[in-house]
Design a protein around this ligand. Structure first.
Ligand SMILES: NC(=O)c1ccc[n+]([C@@H]2O[C@H](COP(=O)([O-])OP(=O)(O)OC[C@H]3O[C@@H](n4cnc5c(N)ncnc54)[C@H](OP(=O)(O)O)[C@@H]3O)[C@@H](O)[C@H]2O)c1
Length: 430
């Protein structure tokens, strides 16, 4: 029998416990697939006494997770603590410096320090693998490193946050508003007590930054991402979207433009004819467009113990087999320092909803503000009279530039008859 691959795991929460369970349950199968036994040698977490529902007999407990990085009997350190800095970062750096392979699910760490960690890994001849960091159980990093490696990627987009997709799906299905559905999602365990990372788009942006790096061979650039979350999406907009043939999704998108790589995370109007419009609930999806392959889409569970552990194990089996590519597909020293395309140069169509006083001349004033910026209207929906005297008016535009739209919105918001800040949602075409 070949020498076992000796594993140290830091972090025994949702993902770490899942990895321990999977290793135990599929041990024999994995040793065949990996070409050698996968042996869990040591673990570390904050509390040794916490009840975890996993069997750790015969496994060494390290009080300090950093000890895993230098232990002579460990080949691969699996970092499942989380966070962009602190212990997780020190552990990954120290393990790579010690010449150990690292597997991590930590998108925040990779979004902030991915390029530097990739360079460190290459310098020491180690593998840095992070399939679980993007879209949980969907093997999208492998797809970019392997199956799609022959392509130049022109665009990628995805539903990268299951919590947001669950909230938007439930809002549509029940007609309830964001705050109510968020509370229910928290009670059901689909949203964190502090939901801001998810609902403000940060988590999706972390994953987009990593994906963009791997797809475009560029240094990971989290700061270059335009990020908006879903807090301002109302059930009224979701209803109008359906009426117009769209579904509202929080997407992460990246594409090549003449100004650089455009990366953005925000709610989008997605045509119902696009497959990604029908990815519902906690599911994630990632679409990659390549010059030779054309359009591809991958879907599956983007989080949770089983799917995430499945992705971590895929990386561990690669390490066991000695199978690897540079972390971001091209060598770290050759990762391009591409400029971030400024958001105000974004080209696209827009949905705008206004709440206006129902009186003559309002529509003419709104149309005038758009015409001044040379924005042409595609459609307009107006609802009948309301008790309060304010009625929704919904406009969609043809393709225009973001800065023209922002100038027009600023003018429209100042009109006396416009009751609240206009709601603007970008329309995507696929
Ligand atoms: N949960 C998911 O579905 C999912 C999906 C994809 C990626 N990820 C990523 O996977 C990583 C882990 O997520 P998770 O959901 O498993 O987190 P979690 O349930 O909060 O578990 C974190 C674990 O890290 C341990 N820990 C925290 N600080 C530590 C420290 N300073 N020293 C040693 N151990 C420490 C905790 O110890 P105690 O148990 O003793 O408190 C716990 O076992 C994160 O990077 C996350 O973004 C998670």
């Amino acid at each position: 029998m070949n020498k076992p691959l000796k594993i140290g795991i830091a972090g025994l929460g949702t993902v770490g416990a899942g990895v321990v369970k999977l290793l135990a349950e599929h041990g024999r199968l994995l040793s065949l697939r990996g070409g050698r036994p996968l042996k869990l040698v040591a673990v570390s977490a904050r509390s040794k006494t916490k009840k975890r529902d996993i069997d750790l007999s015969g496994v060494r407990w390290e009080k300090d997770p950093l000890a895993l990085a230098t232990a002579s009997d460990i080949d691969v350190v699996v970092e499942l603590i989380g966070g962009s800095g602190g212990t997780a970062r020190r552990l990954v750096q120290s393990a790579l410096r010690s010449g150990k392979h690292v597997v991590t699910a930590n998108k925040a760490l990779l979004a902030m320090h991915g390029a530097d960690l990739a360079a460190l890994a290459e310098k020491r001849g180690s593998i840095l693998a992070f399939e679980a960091a993007v879209a949980g159980g969907i093997p999208i990093i492998k797809a970019l490193r392997e199956g799609l490696v022959g392509n130049r990627v022109s665009r990628l987009y995805g539903i990268l946050n299951g919590t947001c997709n669950y909230i938007l799906t439930t809002m549509r299905e029940t007609g309830r508003d964001f705050d109510v559905v968020l509370k229910e999602a928290q009670a059901a365990g689909y949203a964190e007590a502090d939901p801001s990372f998810d609902v403000d788009g940060i988590d999706a942006a972390h994953k987009l930054a990593v994906l963009t790096g791997a797809a475009f061979g560029a240094r990971v650039n989290f700061e270059g991402i335009h990020v908006e979350g879903i807090r301002r999406v109302t059930s009224m907009d979701i209803e109008f979207a359906e009426e117009l043939g769209y579904r509202i999704k929080l997407l992460g998108l990246a594409r090549e433009t003449r100004f650089g790589i455009e990366q953005r995370v925000h709610p989008c109007m997605v045509p119902l004819s696009a497959p990604i419009a029908h990815i519902e609930g906690v599911f994630n999806a990632v679409a990659i467009e390549g010059d030779f392959v054309g359009k591809t889409m991958f879907q599956g569970r983007g989080a949770g113990q089983g799917p995430t552990a499945s992705a971590v194990i895929a990386d561990i089996v690669d390490v066991a087999r000695g199978r690897h590519m540079p972390a971001f597909v091209v060598p770290a020293a050759r990762l391009a320092d591409r400029p971030a395309a400024p958001m105000d140069r974004h080209q696209g169509a827009y949905y705008m909803r206004l709440m206006v006083q129902d009186r003559p001349g309002v529509i003419a004033a709104v149309s005038g503000a758009l015409a001044k910026e040379r924005i042409s209207l595609e459609s307009m929906l107006q609802r009948g009279r309301s008790q309060s005297g304010e009625v929704p008016v919904v406009l969609t535009t043809h393709e225009t530039e973001e800065r023209a739209m922002q100038h027009a919105i600023a003018r429209i918001a100042k009109l006396g008859a416009v009751a609240e800040p206009p709601c603007l949602i970008r329309i995507e075409s696929f």
